[in-house]
Write a new protein. Structure first.
Length: 282
């Protein structure tokens, strides 16, 4: 996997890339980064996988000081990123907040989306979750939290969201490092202050416009944050298969990468076949 970056309209955007073939853009959520996909990327053949870093997250935390971080704006950033690296269309894969980004971009610019995979994604009114709402409410206190307390709070979130505790520990070490290298709690509060349910409510009635696209919804059925009923609703609106993972929780890309990779492979295969199909005129 190769770390890359590009200047897009004055914003340094970063991503991790692996493989060749149909472009697949993977979008992480909070409190993670492109490393969320580290166990998935090597499992999808015949695809150029690009794990994009949202502006103001991961190694791009510094960019969050100067730019808007809402989910709707992240969809605009992603579109600009695709133009900058000359990717016209891609299979869009989103987890958590990244799932909201993917939905918004696919609805607003369907020509950019050749397929869609959502895993334990935000949608409708499913977010922000109570712990994030609490951080929004008490942000002035939280933003002054020392790193050891920030790590403890992220640990509670990550351990609740993983069904594999060994992976949860690994996840904490990977993702906390990005906050510790930046301005810690200040960075997290910038992220959570930007979250507004209206971003997904604004496009919820248009999700059915995406029917006909190759799509899968993959859901950890025991997710304490994004409940299974929302996964079922997304699958219904997209008219696609819902793959439930019994006992699976929120961080499916880390706990169950093989299941998610297979879903992505299937969508890539369908999208590739569709791209090769001849146009038939009546």
């Amino acid at each position: 996997m190769e770390a890359k970056k590009v200047d897009v309209d004055g914003i340094t955007m970063r991503w991790i890339e692996h493989g060749a073939g149909m472009p697949v853009i993977l979008v992480h959520g909070i409190p993670t980064s492109p490393e969320l996909w580290r166990k998935v990327m090597g499992r999808v053949p015949n695809a150029r996988l690009l794990a994009w870093e949202m502006v103001g997250y991961g190694n791009s935390i510094e960019e969050g000081r100067r730019h808007e971080l809402s989910i709707a704006k992240q969809a605009d950033y992603l579109s600009a990123f695709m133009r900058a690296i000359k990717v016209e269309r891609a299979v869009l894969v989103g987890h958590d907040l990244g799932g909201g980004v993917v939905q918004i971009l696919a609805v607003n610019e369907p020509a950019r989306c050749s397929g869609i995979v959502l895993t334990n994604a935000i949608g409708y009114d499913s977010w922000p979750i109570p712990s994030v709402r609490a951080m929004q409410m008490f942000g002035r206190i939280v933003e002054h939290m020392p790193d050891f307390l920030l790590r403890a709070n992220l640990a509670m979130l990550l351990y609740r969201g993983h069904d594999d505790l060994r992976v949860a520990t690994e996840s904490l070490n990977v993702h906390f490092e990005r906050y510790a290298a930046a301005d810690g709690a200040h960075a997290l509060i910038r992220q959570v202050r930007a979250l507004d349910t209206q971003d997904t409510l604004a496009i919820q009635d248009r999700l059915r416009e995406l029917r006909g696209l190759p799509a899968k919804v993959v859901w950890g059925a025991a997710d304490p944050f994004q409940k299974l009923r929302y996964g079922r609703r997304l699958a219904s609106d997209l008219d696609c298969e819902l793959i439930e993972i019994p006992g699976g929780k929120h961080f499916v890309p880390e706990d169950h990468p093989e299941i998610l990779a297979e879903a992505i492979r299937s969508v890539v295969e369908q999208a590739t076949a569709g791209a090769r199909a001849p146009n038939v005129h009546a």
